[in-house]
Ligand binder design. Structure first.
Ligand SMILES: C[S@@+](CC[C@H](N)C(=O)[O-])C[C@H]1O[C@@H](n2cnc3c(N)ncnc32)[C@H](O)[C@@H]1O
Length: 194
């Protein structure tokens, strides 16, 4: 008997992360916010893995640190107080997966919001760090000022990538408003036979 559905965009995106991420993996939360995705990733990789979680807001990092400590996961998570566009300066290992939950810190719609230029800079760097078979999951919001432009620039970037090197999907809920968050998933092609 199923007791939990797929949920909205965040729940749906996690189906793919559960499928790909294994204990011991290296992964990135590009926008840690209140730390829910960071904790989810920390649970998936376990104490033999490593998570890097980025945010530009101290408030977000403090809340994430508290959440991780309460769950006993803080020792294998590196909280990075920097924009995800500084990925190369902070992560030197190949990664299995990365999550971008874009937009505002939940409950703080007057605050800092992700921007197309820095989001794309981070994505470009990630393509080089991503292991074959690894995935990047983006939860994209269009309902706030600048959100539609960010979504358009990410989709245009995604369309420009080689179909031989990457599988890229877009998934939205058809019975929700046009501004409901949606999911983009990018998979770097696995190495054949490995
Ligand atoms: C929708 S929230 C993330 C929600 C979060 N994953 C969670 O589970 O609570 C988006 C976050 O992106 C952060 N952000 C904005 N620009 C950023 C950047 N350049 N690099 C990293 N984080 C950024 C914001 O501060 C905000 O906390």
């Amino acid at each position: 008997m199923r007791t939990e559905g797929f949920g909205g965009a965040v729940g749906f995106s996690r189906l793919f992360l559960r499928q790909v991420v294994r204990p011991g993996d290296r992964v990135i939360d590009a926008t840690c916010g209140r730390g829910r995705d960071t904790l989810f990733l920390a649970d998936l990789v376990g104490s033999t893995g490593k998570v890097w979680a980025f945010d530009v807001q101290e408030e977000a990092l403090a809340e994430t640190e508290e959440r991780l400590r309460a769950s006993g996961c803080s020792t294998w998570v590196n909280l990075v107080h920097a924009g995800h566009e500084c990925l190369f300066e902070n992560v030197a290992e190949p990664v299995r997966a990365a999550v971008f939950n874009l937009g505002y810190l939940p409950g703080n719609s007057a605050g800092v919001v992700t921007q197309p230029k820095t989001t794309l800079a981070a994505l470009d760097q990630l393509l080089l760090l991503l292991l074959p078979g690894g995935i990047i999951v983006l939860v994209v919001y269009t309902g706030h000022p600048g959100g539609a432009e960010e979504a358009a620039s990410i989709e245009s970037w995604a369309r420009s990538l080689s179909a031989r090197a990457f599988n890229i999907w877009k998934s939205c809920q058809l019975n929700r408003s046009d501004s409901a968050p949606y999911v983009l998933i990018l998979e770097k092609m696995p190495l054949q036979g490995k």
